[in-house]
Design a protein around this ligand. Structure first.
Ligand code: GDP
Length: 487
């Protein structure tokens, strides 16, 4: 289209370095082939081994997916509730879904990589509007679990006896149980990996436990986290992960660009908004504002003056936005015709109104014009509401299209945007005691998301340890000191 700046439509790589396959129907999912048009070419090139493994995974998804003979066979076996002694080519990882959109994207990417590493087919809970949000990523098959799936997974909780943690706790598996000695496996295991999981649940991240799980035909996983950093700490996966991702800090970046393609409705609203408000600016700055603080008597409706000051100091100190001239006028020498479009996202409209007000009441010192846009203000989170989630998805993509990104620490919404974009963001830390932190923001170490509740158990030494010091490429996160991230 003519309203994109030249650099945005000359030489863009529609297939994202080979991540995407040709041959999908373009009309039914336009974002798949238009993503590159609205994003800078990535400086990260997917490895040829990653491409090879994606193609192999696609073949496996097709061979064993819903409707196939193998799938029917596997479901029949699951219904019979009998232990399994033989192995098959078709093993499954079923991901249940419940969290906010940023979390969902992180957990789907994590589950997909785990499925790929363990040669499983990834299937997703069909009842959580996944198909309203995302197009199917695999050719010739579906990643949605058919509705005839026999287990009542909606009722699975941390205390479900078939959860791996409970099986270990109750000694149903592990050690010298009859089952382990006979080499037989339960037909399915439930993996409870939500943030409040406990010691036995977390043994999922140990090598021996991975070996046991390898032989279980169905894994049903519940998680709300980006657990990939801990996969990098499991010795038997390390070589494979290094081959897949020679640039380790681009794992989510490639997986997200491969897996997630917003449906046409969302994509139209994203591109319409982009063309109306962002395309013509000389520079675009995305500011993702996520407030986790508790509201008090003085702060209502998510309005925190110190957060507003934090945003402005961050943007101005780091020269992402021009300073405001308090003398009243921009000096005539520095007047220019530049425009910066700021895209803010937040549940509240107050921050963008305030930022806009500051820039409209005073000129900037260098004469640059600053315009502020915010697509929605939903006031509060409603993760079960379809329209609400569609707006959130659109905003994650809009943020990922901006030239410069400022995010709120702790927030998976921001992680998803930074990963899609490939731009290292400036992260605003959560403030203590309602004061602006010093510095107000810092450049992130990498574009990878943080694994918030990462385990801290050293499986080999059988004791707690600092897992942020085991390998040079997994560190503690800048925004969540106990979390882990790949750098
Ligand atoms: P996190 O809680 O910040 O880690 O991010 P999640 O995306 O997992 O959950 C927050 C949810 O709140 C989002 O999915 C949206 O439903 C909603 N939300 C939070 N911030 C925004 C925002 O800036 N814009 C919109 N539209 N929704 C938001």
């Amino acid at each position: 289209p003519n309203d994109l700046t030249p650099s945005q439509y000359i030489g863009y790589d529609k297939f994202l370095g080979g991540l995407l396959l040709d041959g999908f129907d373009e009309v039914s999912c336009q974002s798949r082939y238009q993503f590159a048009r609205y994003h800078k070419n990535s400086t990260r090139i997917p490895s040829s081994y990653l491409l090879e493994r994606l193609r192999r995974q696609e073949a496996l998804q097709k061979k064993c997916g819903p409707g196939t003979k193998s799938y029917k066979q596997a479901v029949k076996q699951l219904r019979s509730h009998q232990d399994i002694n033989m192995t098959t080519d078709c093993n499954y990882l079923f991901l249940t879904i419940h969290a906010g959109l940023g979390n969902r994207m992180l957990e789907i990417a994590s589950a997909f990589l785990y499925a790929l590493l363990t040669n499983r087919i990834l299937l997703l809970d069909r009842y959580q509007e996944i198909d309203d949000l995302f197009c199917e990523p695999f050719p010739g098959t579906s990643w949605l679990m058919p509705s005839d799936f026999p287990l009542n997974y909606g009722e699975f909780t941390q205390s479900t006896p078939e959860s791996y943690g409970n099986m270990l706790r109750n000694k149903v598996v592990g050690g010298n149980t009859d089952r382990s000695l006979a080499g037989s496996r339960p037909p399915y295991v439930f993996l409870y990996l939500d943030g409040n999981y406990e010691f036995h649940d977390k043994l999922f991240f140990c090598e021996d436990d991975q070996q046991f799980l390898q032989g279980v035909p169905w894994l049903i996983m519940r998680t709300d986290m980006y657990f990939i950093p801990s996969l990098f700490l499991i010795p038997s996966y390390q070589d494979e992960l290094s081959r897949l991702f020679p640039e380790k800090d681009a794992v989510f970046h490639h997986l997200a660009r491969y897996l997630f393609h917003p449906t046409n409705n969302i994509w139209y609203s994203v591109t319409r908004y982009y063309r109306s408000y962002l395309a013509k600016a000389d520079k675009t700055v995305g500011i993702q504002i996520r407030i986790f603080e508790k509201e008090g008597i003085l702060q209502k409706n998510g309005r925190f003056p110190h957060v507003l000051e934090q945003i402005l100091s961050c943007a101005q100190n780091e020269k992402l936005l021009p300073e405001i001239s308090m003398t009243g006028e921009a000096s005539p020498v520095t007047k220019n015709n530049r425009t910066i479009a700021v895209l803010t996202t937040s549940l509240s409209s107050w921050y963008s109104d305030q930022i806009q007000k500051r820039y409209s009441e005073h000129p900037t010192v260098d004469g640059t014009k600053v315009e502020v846009y915010q697509p929605s203000h939903e006031e509060y989170q409603r993760s079960k509401n379809k329209k609400h989630n569609m707006k959130a998805m659109a905003e994650i993509y809009l943020l990922s299209m901006t030239d410069v990104l400022i995010t709120s620490g702790f927030s998976t919404f921001g992680y998803a945007a930074q990963g899609l974009s490939g731009q290292t963001p400036w992260v605003m830390f959560r403030s203590e005691s309602h004061a602006v932190p010093d510095p107000p923001c810092r450049r992130a170490m990498s574009i990878e998301p943080c694994f918030h509740q990462a385990p801290f158990y050293d499986c080999k030494a059988k004791k707690n340890a600092d897992l942020g010091k085991m390998v040079p490429y997994v560190w503690h996160c800048e925004d969540v000191s106990w979390g882990l991230k790949v750098v």
